[in-house]
Unconditional design. Structure first.
Length: 445
């Protein structure tokens, strides 16, 4: 069993599935991030090998998921709520069932700490990032003033790194000294392209579609100031998602699962850790994926040495070729199908809104929106399960801005459900599939 669906979890799943172990992967839902992990919250990933032109984070995670499923991974889209590693087989409790497993791979990642300022959500990935190494080279940041929040080693490192791209970097530090090592602090203080704003607290950010300025407060005088920037980077630490395992596994002084350097074994036999949950240093998609591979190979070896693996037999040696996760064509007069369960675009929306007596789910999405990648397959599955009386239409708000404006949609994912032209309900964000199904069934009854 694998807990976590970031690059570490899915890579472990691909290797375990190809070894005919048919792994069960608990994707997570709300605790410690969303299904697909941290890369679901970013736009372009430019440093994952194999994608020379870059790839949108959620698209990369869709591909990893599809690859894991293709080889036989089973997914459970819930959080792991409790684990018992003091007995063998291990027990993992979730909302829907308690599962026992002879071996466990923990890939629950880490969450970048956020400040929770009022406009954070609006500007996340639109100027605010938690990863300078990942996002620093974004064109919008080039030759612009940028800012970093934090006073530790990471903040200093990021500030220096960002001087490669930005014209100037403002480092916002709450106290009157840096917590970074002396050498690092000296480098930052000596760098003419970095201004340190001591005893300064970030209150909010402002802008149009992209961040334009910071609103900061001087801690001693409480006076407010604004600083013009086109990029803001949080370097206020990460919290590894290890709460579930505290008291059962060795955890290091930073809160990460302890393993020997470069190895996946934890302090409990048969339990392996991969990705950011056991790595406070490198924290990249590729390093997480590589450690997921090691964890799966180690788990396979561990199980087979003890005769604990029950291998599945494949009817077809080669699994079927997968469909690309999202290659839906926008409906037009030529290809619109009145009874199709799921279509895309304003043409289909208008036709169904005016002419269908079914419940119409209008799903507003955008290509970079990670939660949209989770919501769409959930709703498609609910509609397929209900078989009739419900149809879905997807509207990409980047492509069809006017439709979104008319509908009063200001964020994705948003779902509006209509019956005979009447708006019955509006949902924002993601929820468990069972919750969506129940509400739709209530509307149908
Ligand atoms: C904004 C941003 C941009 C980034 N850009 C890049 C980039 O361009 N290139 C790059 O290489 N790296 C980038 N990174 C870093 C990269 O995302 C991480 O290093 C990588 O995702 C770590 O993978 P992981 O599998 O260890 O964990 P994560 O991606 O953190 O995934 C953890 C998974 O565990 C699940 N989980 C947590 N708790 C539970 C639980 N209790 N039960 C079940 N599941 C649980 C979560 O739902 C999630 O699915 C970026 C990070 C951020 C935040």
């Amino acid at each position: 069993m694998i807990i976590g669906s970031g690059p570490a979890g899915y890579t472990a799943a691909i290797y375990a599935a190809r070894a005919n172990l048919q792994p069960l992967l608990i994707t997570g839902f709300k605790k410690g991030g969303i299904p697909g992990g941290q890369l679901m919250t970013t736009t372009f990933v430019e440093n994952f090998p194999g994608f020379p032109d870059g790839i949108i984070g959620p698209d990369l995670m869709d591909l990893m998921k599809t690859q894991a499923i293709r080889w036989g991974t089973k997914l459970l889209e819930v959080d792991a709520d409790q684990v018992n590693l003091n007995q063998h087989p291990f027990k993992i409790k979730t909302l829907v069932q308690t599962i026992t497993s002879n071996s466990l791979i923990i890939a629950t990642g880490a969450s970048a700490n956020k400040l929770g300022i009022p406009s954070e959500k609006k500007f996340w990935s639109n100027g605010i990032s938690a990863c300078a190494i990942c996002d620093g080279a974004t064109p919008q940041f080039r030759n612009e003033d940028l800012a970093v929040v934090g006073g530790g080693d990471s903040a200093c490192e990021e500030a220096v790194y960002l001087t490669k791209y930005g014209s100037h970097v403002h480092l916002l530090v709450r106290s009157n000294q840096l917590k970074a090592s002396k050498a690092m602090s000296d480098r930052v203080e000596a760098n003419k392209r970095i201004t340190i704003h001591w005893e300064t607290e970030l209150i909010d950010v402002e802008g149009g579609n992209w961040i334009e300025k910071l609103i900061v407060k001087k801690i001693d005088s409480c006076s407010k100031e604004s600083i013009k920037v086109k990029g803001l980077f949080y370097a206020i630490g990460h919290t590894p998602n290890t709460d579930l395992f505290k008291g059962q596994l060795s955890i290091n002084s930073h809160g990460y699962i302890k393993t020997d350097p470069g190895r996946p074994e934890t302090s409990v036999n048969g339990v392996f850790a991969a990705g950011d949950v056991a790595d406070h240093e490198w924290r990249q998609g590729i390093t997480a994926a590589s450690s997921g591979c090691k964890a799966a190979l180690a788990a396979e070896r561990w199980l087979s040495q003890r005769n604990l693996s029950s291998l599945i037999e494949r009817k077809n040696i080669e699994p079927a070729i997968t469909q690309k996760p999202d290659d839906l064509v926008t409906s037009s007069e030529e290809n619109f199908q009145f009874n199709s369960l799921w279509q895309k675009g304003s043409y289909a929306l208008r036709k169904l809104y005016h002419e269908s007596s079914n419940l119409i789910l209008v799903v507003y999405t955008s290509p970079n929106c990670g939660p949209c990648h989770i919501l769409k397959p959930q709703l498609k599955r609910v509609i397929q399960e209900l078989k009739s009386d419900v149809q879905g239409v997807e509207i990409d708000i980047d492509e069809e801005e006017d439709i979104a404006k008319q509908a009063g949609v200001n964020g994705t994912p948003t779902v509006q459900i209509f019956l005979k032209k009447e708006l019955k309900i509006e949902w924002k964000g993601i929820r468990q599939r069972s919750e969506f199904k129940e509400e739709i069934m209530n509307l149908l009854s």
